[in-house]
Structures are given as C-alpha cells and as structure tokens.
Design a protein around this ligand. Structure first.
Ligand SMILES: Nc1ncnc2c1ncn2[C@@H]1O[C@H](COP(=O)(O)OP(=O)(O)OP(=O)(O)O)[C@@H](O)[C@H]1O
Ligand SMILES: [Mg+2]
Length: 249
C-alpha cells in the first residue's frame, strides 16, 4: 500500500507518518518511508542514529538529470526514466524502518522541479508492493506537489489538519487538487486536538469527519525539542494510529 501525507506547514505530517510507520512495523510489515520534503526531517523524527550520513537523492544532480533525460536549458525530459536501482542504492535501514531521502531539489533557473518530480513519480508507480509492504511518502507543506501530479499513483492521501481556519482551508484545497489528479482515497486526519469542541470545529469546517483525531500532546512536542524520536511515544496514541489504519483497509 502506498500512502502519502499532506497539509499545511507544521500541522504534524512528519510526526503522524512516523507514528504510522512504527505501528505498521510493529504489526510485522515492511515499511519504506520516502522523505520527499526539501527540508527533510523524517530521519530525526524516527531516530535514525546518524542522519547526516544519509545522501539525499537530490544531491545526485547528475544522476537525476541523467535519469530524467533533462539537459540544461531544455524544457524536455524523459517521462519514463530508469529508476529500478535508485531504491536499493539510496535506501538506509534503521530501527527496522527503511528510509529514502529525496532532499532539496534545486530548481535553478528552470523555476520547476519537473525532471526530479518525474523521477519520484516514476519511482512511485514502479514500486510493486506485497500486502505486507508499505511505502509512506512524507511531503512538503502545501499543494505544489499535487499540481505536478507527482503523487497521483498513491493508494491513499492523508491530509493532516489542526483546529484552525487556515489549516482547514489548506486541507480543503489539498482535497480538491487530489481529486483532480485522480487520487481515489483522500482522508482528513485531525491533529493537535484538545477536546470535543476542537473535533467538532474540524468536522464542521471540513464537512467530513476526520478518520482519526490525535491529541495535542506535551510528550510529542517535548520529544521533538529534546531530539528524541517520536516513535518512543507511539503507545500513547497507538489506538488513534490503529483507527487511522483501519479506515484505510
Ligand atoms: N499531536 C501533537 N501534539 C503536540 N505536538 C505535536 C503533535 N504533532 C506534531 N507536533 C509538533 O508540531 C511540530 C511540527 O510537527 P511536524 O514536523 O510533524 O509537522 P509537519 O507538518 O511535518 O511540518 P513541516 O510542514 O515543516 O514539514 C513539531 O514540533 C512536533 O513535535
Ligand atoms: Mg514535515
């Protein structure tokens, strides 16, 4: 199953994806996380011992250009690049989770990361997964990647939303664009929710009940501040993570 996550900046996309990954791993599944945020933060969030040692694929500029067939100054690029070996070559494994970091894609004067997003798109469609294999895609904030159709091939899109009007506005925009690119299964996930009033505010504003609500947790925010993996706190929210995963079945 391929699951991507989206939403406004700082709503908790990386946190929730890390918790989902840990739960899936504990349930005996094989989990590959693709960190597609240009400011990657997943390695720290899941407690990779030496995040600095990870080579982001984007730093392989020549390789990317080669694979996408894009040449300097040319608007054309190969829409069917060879990506078979990228996964095995640039994936690290730590704590039983596999992680691949895309990194900051330099758009240079092209003003568009088209070639690189073609490589990601291709990688996503290439991945053939057994039922016990999960590919989780952590995305940058906002809707730009949806505009490019990079994640059109995922089975589910989770849109994280916190109890604020601006977060709801972004979530609704994400939903609209995701529908436009043909993603069939789009779900809202409430985060940093304090009480029933917050839950109702979200359900009303979105016009649809989120599949799970995650509490605003001091443990979670402190873990991040202390540089501790959030996965250490899965037990506190495991029921919410299970609820989320059940809704995707
Ligand atoms: N349920 C929660 N309770 C308390 N703090 C949380 C919760 N979820 C996330 N946070 C905190 O909110 C901050 C942002 O979380 P996170 O990095 O997961 O968001 P993001 O959406 O991935 O951000 P970005 O858009 O920058 O990628 C972090 O400090 C994190 O610890
Ligand atoms: Mg993030």
């Amino acid at each position: 199953m391929k699951i991507a996550i989206s939403g406004k900046g700082g709503v908790g996309k990386t946190t929730i994806m890390a918790l989902v990954a840990e739960q899936l791993k504990r349930d005996g599944n094989e989990v590959l996380i693709i960190d597609a945020d240009p400011s990657p933060h997943m390695a720290q969030t899941i407690g990779v011992k030496d995040p600095g040692a990870i080579v982001p694929i984007a730093e392989m500029k020549t390789l990317l250009q080669e694979r996408s067939g894009k040449t300097e100054g040319s608007p054309f690029y190969n829409i069917n690049p060879q990506v078979d070996d990228l996964l095995s070559r640039y994936m690290i494994e730590d704590n039983g989770l596999k992680l691949m970091v895309l990194g900051a894609i330099e758009s240079g004067n092209q003003g568009c990361a088209c070639a690189e997003s073609t490589v990601l798109k291709r990688m996503l469609t290439k991945l053939l997964l057994a039922p016990s294999q999960y590919a989780l895609l952590d995305m940058e904030a906002g809707v730009e990647h949806l505009g490019r159709g990079t994640i059109a091939g995922v089975d589910h899109l989770l849109t994280v939303v916190i109890p604020s009007k601006s977060s709801i506005r972004t979530a609704l925009k994400v939903k609209r664009l995701a529908e436009e690119v043909g993603i069939k299964s789009i779900h809202f996930v409430g985060n940093k929710v304090a009480d029933k009033e917050d839950e109702d505010f979200l359900t009303e504003g979105l016009g649809l009940k989120p599949i799970a609500f995650f509490p605003d947790s001091l443990e979670i925010s402190r873990a991040e501040r202390k540089g501790r993996p959030v996965t250490e706190h899965l037990d506190e929210v495991a029921d919410r993570v299970r609820q989320l995963l059940t809704a995707l079945q």
